[in-house]
Design a protein around this ligand. Structure first.
Ligand SMILES: Cc1ncc(COP(=O)(O)O)c(C=O)c1O
Length: 367
């Protein structure tokens, strides 16, 4: 019998999503409307914040966030050296300088012990990532932010549903950014969310999302040179419909992750760890290889029709950052480099059936 390829992720889209999207399309009201607004209210309540704003994508979300905070040329923002490049790109986009800090070897999150030495008089914020859906060291980051009067910003792109001692990711910093890209737990195709408890900041973000326009001020009410980073209402409806089933999606992913943690056993593979007080959202299940190369592991898994790939970039090692700042990543960011070279994401999504889960476990155990 021919086996089908198990992808790393498969968006969970069924009849309810298609029906709701069709309804919006037939309504003719296509731009940020009823479903975007409904979703914003319910997301804010789920995350435990005053405000949630839907935006075109997760990168736009952080671009708005940094702009609204007035971060720009001559400012520095601390970011982890291991993440998706967008985390650093948004800092460059506002003309500021991303200052990279190495990660913890096992959690893949920013190593808070290494932040102090990177702080200068120009540092304005720490943009911490909850990598792969595991919350960063929130206590450590808060202490540093309090001590140096910095803003704590969360890149929570992967972390919908993740928790830190009972607090949801997206509620622990000044503001947070989520992504609704198809690789995330729920998707709008493309989409993003800003969350915050700061209503004045949220108002600025609302303006920047929509050409700087404040409808209350009438036809001259363009108050800033804003972006068009709105989401369409059919995209919002797609993600909203999945959000209604999010608890179920999350539980199914958790059950698969638990099986991986219990049943993957191979001396060449280090399993992810979950520090005390953290609830992982299992956006990605990221292994660390030790004794087999990433290329060989990907090729071997492919032979079993199991897709796998590296998890995120060692950002200072990608061409743009390496050439601009002359980094030597192997020496300067050894853990980020190791994760980039030896990290491996294996399939994890809610609709995986028992045979698929078993095949992934078996194939990883045979590496
Ligand atoms: C950690 C992180 N930050 C930012 C982004 C960017 O999000 P988007 O693709 O929605 O722009 C991603 C997307 O994968 C991500 O993983």
């Amino acid at each position: 019998m021919e086996m089908s390829v198990i992808p790393i992720i498969r968006p969970d889209i069924g009849t309810p999503e298609i029906d709701l999207v069709s309804q919006v399309l037939f309504s003719g009201k296509l731009v940020h409307g009823k479903y975007a607004q409904l979703f914003e209210v319910e997301l804010a309540s789920y995350i435990g914040v005053k405000e949630a704003l839907l935006v075109a994508n997760g990168t736009a979300t952080m671009h708005i966030m940094l702009t609204a905070l007035g971060i720009g040329p001559d400012d520095e923002v601390i970011v982890p050296a291991f993440s998706y490049v967008a985390t650093a790109n948004v800092v460059e986009m506002v003309g500021a300088k991303p200052v990279f800090v190495d990660i913890d070897r096992r959690t893949f999150n920013i190593n808070t012990k290494l932040i102090d030495e990177k702080i200068t008089s120009k540092t304005k914020a720490i943009l911490a990532v909850h990598e792969f859906g595991l919350t960063a060291d929130v206590t450590g980051i808060r202490q540093i932010c309090d001590q140096y009067n910095l803003l704590f910003l969360e890149d929570a792109a992967c972390a919908l549903g993740a928790e830190y001692y009972g607090l949801k990711a997206g509620s622990v910093g000044h503001s947070a950014s989520f992504s609704l890209h198809p690789r995330k737990a729920i998707t709008a195709g493309e989409g993003g969310v800003i969350t915050t408890n700061d209503s004045i900041f949220a108002e600025k973000c609302r303006l920047l999302r929509n050409h700087g326009y404040d409808p209350v001020k009438g036809k001259t009410g363009f108050e800033a040179a804003g972006f068009n980073y709105r989401i369409t209402d059919f995209q919002a409806a797609l993600a909203y419909s999945q959000f209604k089933r999010f608890d179920d999606i999350k539980q199914k992913k958790e059950a698969i992750a638990e099986r991986y943690l219990e049943e993957i056993s191979n001396s060449k593979v280090e399993l992810p760890i979950i520090p005390k007080g953290c609830v992982h959202s299992w956006q990605s299940f990221h292994l660390l290889l030790n004794g087999i190369s990433q290329t060989e592991a990907i090729a071997k898994l492919k032979q079993q029709d199991v897709e796998a790939n590296y998890g995120a970039q060692c950002i200072p090692a990608v061409n743009f950052y390496r050439d601009k700042y002359k980094f030597e990543s192997v020496r300067e960011f050894p853990n980020a480099w190791n994760a980039f070279e030896n990290g491996l994401v294996i399939p994890l999504y809610a609709q995986m059936n028992a045979e698929e889960v078993q095949r992934v476990i078996h194939s990883v155990n045979k590496l």
